[in-house]
Design a binder for this molecule. Structure first.
Ligand code: PMP
Ligand code: GLN
Length: 383
């Protein structure tokens, strides 16, 4: 017992599953299809642009809301993709990653006792981010195995204290995506209420089979009540850069920046300068979905020679698989065992449920070189 005990603000939280599984993968020299990050190199041109901006002297603080030319390039991209006119000055803030953007948006609006609807399986930062603000997560399971939102249940769970609905499309860990009918349900549910939306769209470009990305930014009535969060790490294969942004109406952004300015203040300048020019090349993000779709298909073909059963992936860089033809162990035990015995690391999907709900599903990250995927599948075929 320490002489200086700390009353934990997050008593229910341990080390994230991503850290746990990556450490286990390293320890056992496993192929790591667990934590979501690409193992192939990012664009050399973008690396050169960052070098160049450092050499040119862009090494001091950028403005608190972010490098203006970068915000302008983002606004231009949003206009082209989602037909929305966003003011770069008052509606976009550059952040150190998508996770930070989400945390800051929640901290900006949540008061103790507010209720926040969260769909599970949920990206692991959401519930702790809500609870650290004294708010209450109201959990709703996505319907297994399609992982669709049950809008009737959403209606039942809304109360006068519902402050926010959190959405994530394309979805981590399942690869599910919101469709137009979901948007219509959402619109009719929030219409006439004060309910806000936090939309995590970090995988906006990683969407397959020609499905359109249903961004909140497309719909003026949803946009006016939304914080929409993005990550350059996902778009440009540089998760280690920890750079992203939040798009929100001017009134929301003003409050968001009050929190941001006393936390991070401003983000890494040379990479913002580089991204401002790189983003002008539309192919740099428009080709991404096709590239990752190829990887999904390649991995799926390889996996068809194993005893794992695929669940569909329409977006993100993840695909979930059932292993009920192999074992009835818990997904955590199964994941640990195959890391140790077969040298292949995954993420057990129960880690994305507060209750630990276990449908015996594991998540694989296919944002990997073909040789990595082939080596992984060869090991998986032995199980
Ligand atoms: N949301 C989801 C669903 C994610 O998978 C990630 C990736 N870790 C993030 C947010 C955060 O991205 P970043 O690494 O930019 O913080
Ligand atoms: N987003 C990544 C994943 O889901 C990892 C994020 C992290 O390690 N915190 O695997």
């Amino acid at each position: 017992m320490s002489q200086f005990p700390i009353h934990s603000k997050l008593p229910n939280v341990g080390t994230t599953i991503f850290t746990v599984m990556s450490a286990l993968a390293t320890e056992h020299h496993a192929v790591n299809l667990g934590q979501g990050f690409p193992d192939f190199p990012m664009s050399e041109e973008l690396v050169a642009l960052v070098n160049e901006s450092m050499k040119q002297g862009y090494n001091q603080y950028s403005p608190m809301p972010g490098w203006l030319p970068l915000r302008e390039a983002i606004a231009e991209k949003i206009a082209v993709l989602y037909n929305a006119m966003i003011d770069p000055d008052s509606e976009i803030t550059i952040t150190p990653g998508g996770t930070y953007a989400i945390y800051t948006a929640l901290t900006t609006v949540l008061q103790p006792g507010d209720e926040v609807i969260i769909f599970e399986p949920a990206y692991d930062s959401y519930i702790p981010n809500v609870e650290i603000n004294g708010a209450i997560p109201v959990l709703i399971d996505l319907k297994f195995p399609e992982y669709k939102i049950d809008w009737e249940e959403v209606k039942r769970k809304i109360t006068p204290r519902t402050r926010m609905i959190m959405l994530n499309t394309p979805h981590n860990p399942t690869g599910a995506v919101l469709r137009e009918d979901d948007i219509q349900e959402l619109r009719s549910i929030v219409n006439g209420t004060q309910i806000l939306i936090l939309s995590d769209e970090v995988y906006e470009h990683l969407i397959f089979d020609k499905i359109p990305h249903e961004s909140m930014l497309r719909y003026p009535d949803l946009r006016e009540r939304s914080f929409v969060c993005f990550s350059f790490g996902k778009v440009y294969h540089c998760t280690g850069w920890k750079l992203g942004y939040c798009v929100a109406p001017a009134g929301f952004t003003k409050e968001f920046r009050k929190v941001h300015q006393f936390n991070c203040f401003a983000c890494h300048t040379p990479s913002q300068v580089a991204l401002a020019s790189f983003l002008k090349n539309k192919d740099s993000y428009l080709l991404l979905g096709g590239e990752l779709q190829q990887k999904r298909d390649y991995f799926q073909e390889l996996m068809s020679h194993t005893r794992f059963t695929p669940l569909p992936s329409y977006g993100s860089y993840f695909q979930c698989y059932q292993y009920d033809r192999i074992s009835n162990e818990s997904d955590k035990d199964f994941s640990i065992r195959i890391t140790k015995d077969y040298g292949i690391a995954t993420i057990p999907v129960s880690a994305f449920y507060r209750s630990g709900k276990d449908d015996k599903v594991v998540r694989f990250c296919f944002a990997k070189k073909e040789s990595t995927l082939a080596q992984a599948a060869e090991r998986l075929s032995r199980i």
